[in-house]
Every structure is written in C-alpha cells, then in structure tokens.
Ligand binder design. Structure first.
Ligand code: NAP
Length: 284
C-alpha cells in the first residue's frame, strides 16, 4: 500500500456538505486526520484544543487544503463552560453543530503502583469527563436540529486489559459504556452515538508519550520497535494511519450511518485479535 492509498478523500466531496463537525483535539494526530477526512467530504470543521498555535495552524491548513470553513477554539475539555462556548461560537460562525468527535485524550505508561493520583485523575478527567462534558455541550444544538452524530475515539486495550495503562484503559471503558447509554437515551432526538477503537497509529503525541517504553514487549512506538511491530503483530501488515480512523468517522457521520448507533468499531488491521498481551517484567 502506498501513502496515496491513505488520502483523506475516498468519499464523494459533498457526502456531508452543509454539516459542521466539532472535533476535540482536532489540531494534531488522529483528530487532525479526522478533520481532514470530514473536510474532504464537504463538512465545515471546528477544532478545539489547548495549544493555540497548533490548533490555529491546523484550521488554517484545512482551509488551504480543502477549501471549506474551518475555525479553531482554544480550550480544555475538562472545562464544560469552554466546550459550551465553543458550541456557541461554532453555531454562530458555521451555522450548526451536527457532528461531535470526542478525540482529545492524554496517556502515558505508568505501573499502577507508582501512578500518582494526579496522573490518574488527569487522564480520567480528559478522556472520560471530557467526553461527557462535550456530549452535554452539543446536546441542545442537536436536539434543536433534530439530528446529531457523536463519535468518540476509544481504544482496544481495555477489551482485555493492558499493563501500565490502568488510567487510560479505565477511562476508555467508561467512554464505551457512555457511548452505549447515550445511544439509548438520545436516539429519539435523531442523535446516533458510536465509538471507534483505533489500533496503533504512530502520531507525534503517542511517540512522545511512549518514547521511553517499559520494555520491548510494550514498546509499540519507540524507534526500535516501529519497524518490527507491524510485521509481527498486525495481520494487515502495517501500522494505522490517521485517515484510517478519519474515514470510519466520516462513514458514521454520513447518511450511511443513519441506522448505526450504540456500537464500538474496532479499526486496527486485526491487531487486537492477533497480538499477545504483554506481561511487563520491569515493575517488580
Ligand atoms: P495526540 O497526538 O496526543 O493528540 C491528542 C490531541 O488532543 C492533541 O491535539 C491535544 O492538543 C488534544 N488534547 C489533549 N488534552 C486535551 C484537553 N485537556 N483539552 C483539549 N484538547 C486536548 O493523540 P492521538 O494519538 O492523535 O490520539 C487521538 C485519540 O485516539 C485519543 O483519544 C487516543 O486515546 C486515541 N487512540 C490513539 C491510538 C494511537 O495509537 N495513536 C490508539 C488508540 C486510541 P493540546 O495538547 O494542544 O490540547
């Protein structure tokens, strides 16, 4: 497969034209890849994250490359008021909020015995509370429009457990549960709620967070592991690309996703089915 096979524009350019997506953490990594795919399919995008320069540059890049409307708002998903303000601004500048992508997250390796309460709290608050706050922030607009698509970016590691990631796996298990419950509660408003669980995608954020792997068995993103990992552990034979996730999110937001709600879609080249679980040896 060549990189051109992973372009953002596999769908019709007007597939989701007239719709607007609010994407948390949309200024980089997977969130930016999702923004590209939605923009390539005709959506306006509203990016929300903490680092002003990064998120503003990302919006400018989207406008340049895809031609549609893209705005950036600086804020933290741990603050419900900041998300409410982003929704208000998005509605006023782009007309509506039709899609919400809960992508912002934090993560790092830590043996649970050594994980600080602050570290635990930060990840739970960004990943799980942030998703909750964003879902509630968009709800009034989606009810008013009689339409909504919410897609939360989960993971696969909690399906069986993953050492050194008690914080993130617990948070994402909560995100999956929230997805199913909101799907049941909000279907009557025309709001579909789903999640996408990516396999390993070597974003800059992930490479930075896991640059000092605990040991070889848990090192998916370190330089020495990248080359061999896909070959050894991913049946599809390659690491993921941000557009692999962006395409799935776009599909769910499109009319093709009309009768899909309450589901968690694994997009990982078969990795979670195939790879053995790591047993860390360094923590003792
Ligand atoms: P990333 O490169 O670290 O990007 C995370 C983004 O979220 C950044 O743009 C960051 O921007 C933003 N963010 C972080 N904390 C925030 C906060 N409190 N408020 C607002 N924005 C915040 O991560 P990624 O690899 O693209 O991952 C994206 C999503 O995919 C996450 O939900 C992650 O759990 C999931 N995922 C990733 C992988 C993978 O292999 N990459 C695998 C499974 C699941 P600022 O720092 O500027 O705020």
């Amino acid at each position: 497969m060549t990189s051109s096979d992973r372009t953002a524009d596999v769908f019709s350019p007007d597939l989701v034209a007239g719709r607007t997506a609010l994407i948390t953490g949309g200024g980089s990594g997977i969130g930016y890849g999702i923004a590209e795919c939605l923009a390539a399919a005709g959506a306006s995008v509203s990016l929300f994250s903490r680092t002003e320069e990064r998120v503003e540059n990302a919006a400018a890049r989207l406008r340049d490359e895809y031609g549609g409307a893209a705005i950036a708002t600086v804020g933290d998903v741990r603050e419900p008021e900041a998300l409410e303000a982003a929704v208000t601004r998005t509605r006023s500048e782009l007309g509506s909020v039709d899609f919400l992508v809960n992508n912002a997250a934090g993560n790092f390796y830590a043996p649970t015995a050594e994980l600080s309460v602050n570290g635990w709290r930060a990840v739970i608050e960004i990943d799980l509370y942030g998703t909750f706050h964003a879902c509630r922030a968009v709800l009034p607009a989606m009810i008013e429009g009689g339409f909504g698509r919410i897609v939360s970016i989960s993971m696969t590691l909690h399906h069986r457990g993953w050492p050194l990631m008690a914080h993130a796996t617990a948070a994402k298990a909560g995100v999956d549960a929230l997805t199913r419950t909101l799907a049941l509660e909000w279907a009557r408003h025309g709001i579909n709620v789903n999640a996408v669980a990516p396999g390993p995608i070597p974003t800059e954020g992930v490479k930075k967070a896991f640059s000092q792997p605990a040991d070889e068995s848990t090192d998916m993103f370190g330089e020495r592991a990248l080359e061999g990992f896909a070959e050894r552990f991913i049946p599809a034979g390659r690491l993921g690309h941000t557009h692999d996730i962006g395409r799935m999110v776009t599909f769910l937001c499109s009319p093709a996703g009309d009768w899909i709600t309450g589901a968690v879609f694994v997009v990982d080249g078969g990795e979670s089915l195939a790879s053995p679980r790591a047993i860390p040896t360094h923590t003792e």
